[in-house]
Design a protein around this ligand. Structure first.
Ligand code: GDP
Ligand code: ZN
Length: 308
């Protein structure tokens, strides 16, 4: 149901979600999947894909985005000039794509997982190119054992063979998701595969709305049947940057089960004595690769902070 609000002067307002931007115009969608083209009331309203907004209906012209609701989260990337650029908001689910080729990197996965934890969104591990896993001696068992407890799901797919795509759609479960991962793992191929239904949906829009939909450099949310994927080259190449105040340890959720037993309440699980997290690693209760990656990311973050 789309919710509409009528004010005393009889102006109709409605809640919607920004799904695309074309120049100065924004395509918004209500909960009941109705789409409207809008412009923003003031340039100061920096609206991005995924924003929840309140719009005002206009009879003679485009509807107007009046206000943006507080974001649950947002993802920010560095542009070519090292400036931070916010690319999408209110992400429910981060799909971390990996493959046997290019070689699986647990450090990259742990970096994305930490980012998902810190911005409080769900994460799933999507192992693409599943048909190459055996031939490339990918340690599927180890990957599943490590990440199954930390993710919504670990799912094996192949964009090439069309394998696992329906399960991937089901995994979305009405979420606004993004696909991330290192270059070459098959994100574009998966998105193109998932978009088959979207092409039909887009062509159902009026010509005016459809114009330029696929040429925009801004992120757009594409309907993939059972959820939406927010995508743009910027989103796909998004690599997590941690804020100064972020605590990397908060991105390693399984450490919390043990940290209460560390001798020092502010233990960072590095060189401190009587550290229950390090003991859990020694006992095999925490995966050694997770602990090693934690130390690497913690070190990188400390170096980065010393430059602020
Ligand atoms: P991206 O950089 O993550 O967007 O990756 P691309 O979608 O551009 O894919 C990189 C390469 O992997 C291309 O040559 C694709 O054809 C290939 N590729 C993508 N998915 C699969 C797959 O499931 N199996 C195999 N064997 N190759 C794939
Ligand atoms: Zn500790």
């Amino acid at each position: 149901m789309s919710s509409s609000i009528t004010s005393p002067n009889n102006t109709e307002r409605y809640h919607a979600r920004v799904i695309s931007r074309q120049g100065k115009r924004y395509l918004v969608e209500t909960d009941d999947s109705k789409q409207h083209l809008c412009h923003v009331r003031s340039k100061a309203l920096e609206t991005i894909c995924g924003d929840r907004v309140i719009c005002q209906r206009q009879n003679q012209s485009l509807d107007v985005i009046e206000s943006i609701q507080t974001r649950d989260n947002q993802i920010t990337r560095l542009d070519n000039f090292n400036r931070q650029k916010t690319v999408a908001a209110n992400i429910d689910h981060m799909l971390i794509v990996v493959a046997a080729l290019p070689e699986f990197s647990s450090l990259i996965v742990d970096q994305y997982l930490a980012c998902a934890s810190l911005i409080r969104c769900k994460a799933s591990l999507v192992v693409n190119k599943a048909e190459l896993a055996y031939q490339q001696s990918m340690d599927v068992k180890q990957i599943t054992q490590t990440y199954q407890p930390l993710c919504e799901q670990v799912i094996f797919v192949s964009a090439k063979l069309g394998y696992g795509l329906q399960s991937l759609r089901h995994l979305l479960n009405d979420d606004y998701a993004i696909m991330v991962g290192q270059s070459g793992v098959g994100k574009s191929s998966l998105i193109n595969r998932l978009l088959n239904t979207q092409q039909i949906k887009v062509s159902a829009l009026s010509d005016g709305i459809q114009q330029g939909m696929h040429t925009t450099s801004h992120a757009s949310a594409y309907d993939v049947g059972l959820g939406k994927i927010i995508d743009s080259p910027g989103v796909r190449s998004f690599s997590p940057i941690f804020a100064k105040e972020d605590r990397i340890v908060d991105g390693f959720q399984e450490f919390a089960d043990f940290a209460a037993d560390c001798k020092f309440s502010n233990c960072e699980h590095l060189k401190e004595p009587h550290c229950a997290v390090k003991e859990a690693v020694d006992k095999g209760q925490i995966m050694p690769s997770r602990y090693t990656n934690y130390k690497t990311l913690h070190e990188q973050h400390s170096c980065q902070n010393s430059f602020y």
